[in-house]
Design a protein around this ligand. Sequence first.
Ligand code: DCP
Ligand code: MG
Ligand code: MG
Length: 744
Amino acid sequence: MEVISISNAAPPRRRPGRHHDRVILHIDLDCFYAQCVENRQPSLRSLPLGIKQKGILATCNYVARRHGVKKLMPIAEARRICPDLVLADGEDLSPFRDVSKRLYSLVRSHSWNGKVERLGLDEIFVDASDIISYNAELLNPNALAQSWFCLSRPDPEVGFEFDATSFAGCVHGVEDEACQVADPTLRMRLLLGSHLARYLRMKIEEEGYTSSCGIATNKLLAKLAGDKNKPQNQTTLLTPSPEDVLVFMDPHPLRKVPGIGSKIARLLQGFVLDGASGEAPPRDDESGVSATVGQVRTHPAASAPALERLLAGPGAEKGIGRRVWALLHGLDDTDVKPGRDVPTQISIEDSFKGGLTTLPEIRQAMVAITASLLRRIRVDLLVEEGGEPGTGADAPAISETKAKAKAKKKTRWLACPRTIRLSTRPYTNPAENKPYNFARASRSAPLPSFVFSALSNNNNNSSSNGTNSHDYNSNTPPLNSNNDTILHQTADRLVTTTLLPLFHKLNPPISATATSSISASTHQPLLRANPNTANQPPKPEGNGMYNIGLINICVTNMSGAGAANSTVTGGGGITELFRRQEEWLAGFQVVDGHGCAPAAAAAAPAPAPAPAAADRDSDADDDDYQGGGGCRGGQHDLLPDTNPKPPPPNPGCHALGQVEGDLVSPGDVDSHGKEEDEESRMSWEWDDDDDNGDDCYDTIKARHGDDDNDNGGGGNTVRCPLCERVIPLFAVAAHERYHALGEE
Ligand code: DCP
Ligand code: MG
Ligand code: MG
């Protein structure tokens, strides 16, 4: 274990400040994937059920847990412990996502301030401060037992009755007069929070899902409190004084604290054990870290600056020491972020243990991922008129009545992604301990318009026959429905026309000479061809010329939020073409300082010879962009400006940073693989900018430095698709006006 010594000089041990003015709820669905499966097949409820993904249990129901089965246990071990364990496949996350979004929408519909944030697929934070303060004012001290909780400001009759003389659910902490004295309003506000939490949990139960909830004054405490009584229960944390918070925090293993990932926990443990004596608490078997919050917090050398020195380093966030020091004190002033309707990007990836080596298996994997992606596009971006994402398209209806109403409604696109991006990564043996993003490479192309027409039609079918291929609350068969057939056909077509050509550019097959010079440690062919052999024609299919450990397919560059219908049908002249400069630029071919030649248009299914790219590539593409209004308006190819630029520090093709701005912000990544799950779940980054809670995988990308956005600079001119003039970027707007005037 790495031990870092810290100066023994008396550290300033100032405690961070604290705020008690918020009431935060943290709702966590019980054994989420298992409940989804049980709702589809209720007979499973009484049996021990495990959801398998890649040889381990993603989760298991509480019947299985009573047999000693645990989350993330290898299947073989779980079977040994519980031979009767029923296993269900959990590789396809789409149905879980659907349920997740639907329940999120349900909770959000009760919020006044919109501060409802998803974390992972099954957790929701609610900042209920405003609704609680409002209701605190309404209380009649003489009739607390017959109180009314008002859920709608304009309509006081919308709400529920409750007994304001006692908390709903469990209480942890100081439930006595001291609390009342320390902060007279705090107890009542938390009490109101407990009743709102119970109401919301009951609403979720009406949809068939039990949950647990923590109620406290910040996100960190709410999440930790919710863990105290699981499943199907709730806990309000009463910590009127700073000391009470410390008493609550201190026994927690470091790894249980959201925001303290395994790396930080290991460093903190090294810090604690350095010269510390005394009995170590039981090891946290998820990370091998045994130290508790209290051990670090009370260590004589511990302080915010000391932790800064300990934890700072390449890649560490600024102020990490202060942040972790605050967390150890139960302090967290991060806001509950309001949910966004339109994600910046939607992406699905899968990892392949041992690597995919032949083109047929790669193609098959790509079709499966693309089908999932299309489904998500439909769920997230195609909505009923007046609806919000997750309520239209495939999202299961909340009730039968609503389902009927829904069938009559029209749909519209909230936004249209204009770019599709393929990223691949070679398979590396985990023992090699390569960084998460090792050698990930990406290419992009315009998203063909047939996708939108197929999805719209597909949705019409869905609306008219009322079926849902993944409705986990109905008995509709999950596969082979008309919807799925269209989806798979569209996915197949997209792979053929767009993704395979991108793949071939990214991954020139390994020639005999290249394969013979392969990594002795893995005995696998390298993903990247030797530049000397990169232009060799691809080998015939099926002869094991690849080594693909991960495939990520992403749609991004969202356009026309709220007005996407028109974009689907295309059209739009030059005015529309130039309407959004950034989006427009994103489609340009970008030329790097090494003169990476633009390849031919990506429409042909035949493999194209790849440029002699070095280790990494970037998103911005060397493919043609069919710019135009909305998704696919005009049919002008934007050609690259071949004006050479000074070489970027990293050899290879690079995109312009500003061009790929969308991709820099975290989007919506769905990982089918299990490799990074542990990190993603435990190393919770409070400050990430995920729009949807299921984006915790993006946190990983960010932490590991997602080189998809590794834009190393490049050209700062583009060629106009209409007049073919080369234009500096700063002059694009003026050039747009020039053409627009000409059009009038
Ligand atoms: N999940 C996963 N891989 C992980 C962690 C979680 O696939 N490493 C999935 C399966 C879970 C879901 O996410 O069902 C939610 O994760 P939780 O940690 O909340 O676990 P559960 O909801 O399954 O159980 P609990 O009742 O303990 O909350
Ligand atoms: Mg859960
Ligand atoms: Mg959870």
